[in-house]
Design a protein around this ligand. Structure first.
Ligand code: NAG
Ligand code: NAG
Length: 506
């Protein structure tokens, strides 16, 4: 293949191609190299040690290796200071330029550890050396970390600093800010910031699609839709879907239908998401049959229902307790080659839960396991709570056994209910077994559960077993690797606001 490419292109292109092949050969070992370099970052603590150890590995620090090392640091929460040292050291080599990916990953790592001063220093260095590395993605990465711990005002101030850093401080950057605010703060914050900054940018389709998603009331969404049209920005399917969704959730189904007409007038075809919103909306106003007809109707428009559309229609029948109709749709769905997923099953589990129908719950659970669909935490909770209420120890134990064997559901949430049941029923042996299985999985049983088991064990004079469990509990008390990003802002509010202010002062 390489040869063919060479013969087509000019001979001079063959040289880089052969280097490419060589590079490929080398990169088959790149995993080892990444591991070696990563090992150096974790085992050294001063810049000098770092340089010495890097040299002695003999690894050639290519862009590819650096990208991968940084990625490894990111996912395994490596030491940010040594990583920064590594980034700077490799970047100082003559004629070497970091990739945009390396820069963004480095900034992410620093931001996660709230080393905002270094974030800005690094950005200023990058601007000097190769400004093209600073992209919209960089803006997203940095603002995302800042918005997580600082105020909206501080996030916006940080955004303004990018004017001098990013080559094109344009609408895409503005959109990055709005998206960050939607994700890390609130829709209302995003909306306010939009209004205060919109005159400096030309809001585009993307801008409005960000602002229109996730509204709770039609009025808010309407305002933006109007503004969008006034600015001459043409809506697309995503825009309309946001509006249809908000109308359907607000039970204004007539208005939602009007939007569908408007879409068709504009030659935009409603898609499966649009129809799924309509199906949900019809359910909310108590019209499950009409919603089922939408499944047929959409096909006439050439749009085929998916699992989500079926789930929406099934949910409507479950809400009205018309389980026969709901099952009918499951059969139809299966006939079309779609497998019901945990969400589908949960619709039924919820009905059984509220009608105390442990037998049907159990049967459905069995069917689920036969079909090979793994329950999620919600399914497990419906089941285990019902089993507790009806003192079905065997069923609860089988559920737990399946969870442990197949690895589904939250051990923490389910075990609390399970231990309650087992202790109520005096099933000390079973409780001990589950306790040990949980610990084996690296999960800590709750203090409440432990105390209940402890009391029973003391009563039963099982002091040795108790001692063993106590030791296991104690193992969880040792502070784990302390990751700064998991420190809640409340714990460190004093120093945190100082960090944000320092960052602003730079
Ligand atoms: C089930 O499928 C729907 C549609 O694809 C999806 O939205 C939902 O998250 C899935 N549920 C689970 C538990 O995976
Ligand atoms: C559980 O108990 C231990 C010691 O008895 C305590 O250090 C820990 O904070 C408790 N955890 C919770 C979540 O209450």
């Amino acid at each position: 293949m390489f040869l063919r490419r060479c013969s087509v292109e000019s001979p001079s292109n063959c040289v880089p191609l052969s280097t490419l092949i060589l590079h490929r050969l080398f990169s088959s070992n790149s995993n080892d190299d990444v591991q070696k370099v990563f090992g150096v970052l974790s085992s050294t603590s001063t810049p000098e040690q770092l340089k010495q150890s890097l040299k002695s590995t003999g690894v050639f620090l290519s862009n590819d290796i650096i990208d991968q090392v940084l990625k490894r640091v990111r996912f395994s929460h490596g030491n940010p200071s040594q990583t920064l040292e590594f980034f700077r050291y490799t970047g100082r080599r003559k004629g070497f330029y970091h990739t945009a990916f390396s820069l963004d990953t480095m900034l992410y790592i620093l931001g996660r550890s709230r080393m905002f001063g270094h974030v800005w220093d690094l950005l200023i260095e990058a601007r000097r050396k190769d400004q093209a590395l600073i992209t919209v993605r960089t803006v997203m990465v940095v603002l995302g970390r800042i918005a997580k711990v600082c105020s909206v005002r501080q996030t916006v101030e940080s955004f303004r600093k990018f004017r001098k850093l990013v080559p094109d401080f344009d609408t895409n950057c503005f959109n990055a800010l709005l998206r960050t605010l939607c994700q890390e703060k609130s829709m209302t914050d995003a909306r306010n910031v939009y209004h205060s900054l919109k005159h400096g940018f030309r809001p585009n389709l993307q801008t409005f699609n960000i602002l229109l998603s996730g509204w709770k009331t039609p009025q808010d969404a309407d305002g933006f839709f109007k503004e969008m049209k006034e600015m001459g920005v043409t809506p697309d399917v995503v825009t309309y879907n946001s509006l249809v969704d908000v109308y359907c959730k607000g039970r204004e189904i007539e208005k939602a239908y009007k939007l569908l007409d408007e879409m068709r007038d504009r030659d935009l075809s409603p898609d499966v998401i649009t129809y799924t919103c309509i199906i949900g909306g019809l359910g909310l106003i108590g019209q499950p049959d009409k919603a089922r007809n939408v499944l047929k109707e959409m096909k006439e428009y050439g749009c085929f229902p998916d699992v989500a559309a079926y789930n929406a229609a099934i949910r409507n029948f479950c809400i009205t307790k018309r389980l026969g109709d709901a099952y009918g749709l499951v059969e139809e769905m299966v006939g079309k080659g779609f497998s019901p997923n945990a969400t589908t099953y949960n619709l039924f589990f919820r009905v059984f839960y509220w009608s105390n129908d442990w037998q049907s719950s159990w049967n459905l659970y069995m069917r689920m396991m036969v079909e090979g669909c793994l329950p999620n935490t919600q399914s497990c909770m419906f089941l285990v709570r019902l089993f507790k209420r009806y003192e079905k120890v065997d069923m609860a134990m089988q559920l737990w056994g399946d969870m442990v064997e197949k690895g589904f559901g939250s051990y923490t949430l389910v075990s609390d209910v399970l231990f309650d049941l087992l202790c109520d029923m005096g099933k000390l042996g079973e409780a001990e077994k589950c306790f040990l299985e949980m610990v084996e999985k690296g999960q800590k049983p709750s203090n409440v559960s432990f105390r209940r088991i402890k009391v029973l064990m003391e009563l039963a004079n099982r002091h040795e077993a108790l001692q063993s469990l106590t030791q296991k509990m104690a193992m969880f008390k040792r502070p784990l690797h302390h990751d700064q990003s998991t420190v809640s802002p409340i714990d460190t509010s004093g120093s945190l606001s100082t960090q944000c202010q320092l960052m602003m002062a730079k």
